[in-house]
Design a protein around this ligand. Structure first.
Ligand SMILES: [Zn+2]
Length: 437
């Protein structure tokens, strides 16, 4: 980082800033400019293949399209299949020869990188189509354009640019594009087993989920887990409710617990929990797999059953453990005549903010500064959900949010910002370049 670049940090990418980029880096930028139409074409082609998580054929098709492009960048690809029982397509893996021969005699230059993308989208074939369409000269819409086929193309174009300058020869890079990020198959040990094992051979994970502007990356992501509260109670005629003998019933007890969760924990930073289903009554049925249930209840009967299910999002493992302990204590203070139990289920771990992540961010900040865009800082972890990178965060340094920018991910009109797209490809290429020297 030179003083010269700092002085220009408020300006947009310009000629002057190029003085802080070396010859190889400048060539990378020229390649990306010259090949931008191909990047848009690749994006369009991939967006126009429906790849809803459950559309196994479609996910595989997008995988085949991207595999060709990774191979054009000199990487070797293979497909990781899932057992039929998982009902998911599988994953695409692409490795530079140096990453593939991890046990080889020659050591790679720089850090071993693990680049993360996903092939699936939230849009299944039975939802309304939204083919790739230019809305104006800098915005396009289409299913997964932003989340995250745009990010996948950022990875591919960055690697193609590096390969064109012969810069991947000594680099150990693995790109891992999962086929079920939006709705990972169960059990997670199977759907994410190979992903985690493969990642462990690398030192730094970079994920290309949606970018939040040009100067922010994610150094932390919250994890997601679930809970189910079951309440049973004495039943009887409603006229006796609140009395020593009849008690309070299951609905009052479940309401007390959920409300006390809110009163006790809702102001804790980065912690959220949301009840999604709340059922109570006499003849109650709850089907976990469908998140659905029924209840019959008469107003003159004290309810004997209630069930509530919810999520729990947290920034660190410790925060999750502490929150669960507090919730358990609240559950245990049963109202007269009732009995409550809570069951916690692990979902996606969190990517906690670490010093190592911060250090990788400094490298990226050096890149954006050299590009004349100013420094890069960490985005608010509270604004992001859980992602694939979280599965490997405990093993290595991690950064997310390196993909395409846009609006409305997961909503029908999702858009990608095509003005920022080439800048983000350049940021990715220079980051990979600097980390692998
Ligand atoms: Zn995504």
């Amino acid at each position: 980082m030179s003083l010269h670049a700092q002085k220009n940090s408020k300006q947009s990418p310009n000629k002057e800033a190029e003085t802080t980029l070396n010859k190889e880096e400048q060539k990378l930028l020229s390649y990306i400019d010259a090949n931008l139409p191909r990047a848009i074409e690749m994006l369009k082609e991939s967006v126009n293949i429906n790849s809803g998580t459950l559309n196994i054929e479609g996910v595989k098709k997008v995988g085949a399209l991207f595999a060709k492009e990774f191979e054009a960048a000199g990487l070797q690809t293979h497909w990781v299949s899932m057992p039929d029982s998982i009902k998911r397509a599988g994953h695409l893996v692409a490795m530079t020869p140096m990453a593939k021969n991890a046990q080889g005699i020659k050591k790679p230059k720089g850090k071993k990188l693990f680049l993360i993308g996903h092939l699936d989208t939230v849009f299944e074939p039975d939802m309304p189509e939204n083919p790739f369409t230019m809305l104006n000269d800098s915005t396009a819409t289409g299913q997964g354009a932003n989340d995250m086929k745009g990010g996948d193309v950022v990875i591919i174009m960055a690697l193609q640019a590096l390969n064109a300058q012969g810069l991947l020869k000594d680099a150990a890079i693995t790109a891992y594009l999962t086929g079920d990020e939006e709705h990972a198959g169960y059990p997670r040990e199977v759907s994410r087993g190979d992903f985690i094992e493969t990642a462990k051979q690398s030192e730094i994970a970079l994920a290309f989920e949606g970018a939040n502007g040009l100067n922010k990356v994610a150094t932390a992501r919250r994890g997601a887990s679930g809970w189910q509260l079951n309440v049973t109670a004495k039943t009887g005629h409603s006229s006796g409710v609140f009395t020593e003998n009849a008690g309070y019933g299951a609905i009052y007890e479940a309401a007390r617990i959920v409300n006390t969760f809110r009163e006790t924990l809702s102001t804790e930073k980065y912690l959220t929990f949301n009840p999604g289903v709340f059922i109570g009554g006499s003849d109650m049925q709850y089907e976990e797999a469908k998140s659905s249930g029924t209840a019959i209840g008469k107003t003159n009967i004290i309810s004997p059953n209630a069930v509530v299910t919810g999520d729990l999002r947290f920034l660190t493992e410790q925060q999750k453990i502490d929150a669960r302990a507090t919730m358990q204590k609240i559950v245990d203070q049963n109202l007269n005549g009732t009995k409550a139990t809570i069951r916690f289920v692990d979902g996606i771990p969190s990517m906690a903010p670490t010093e190592g992540n911060e250090k990788v961010m400094e490298v990226i900040s050096g890149v954006t500064t050299s590009m004349g865009m100013g420094a890069t800082t960490a985005g608010d972890p509270g604004s992001r959900g859980a992602g694939d990178i979280s599965y490997v965060a405990q093993y290595m340094d991690c950064i997310d949010g390196l993909g395409a920018s846009g609006r409305g991910a997961h909503a029908p009109g999702e858009t990608i910002n095509l003005k920022e797209f080439p800048v983000l490809i350049k940021r990715a290429a220079l980051t990979i370049y600097r980390l692998t020297r």
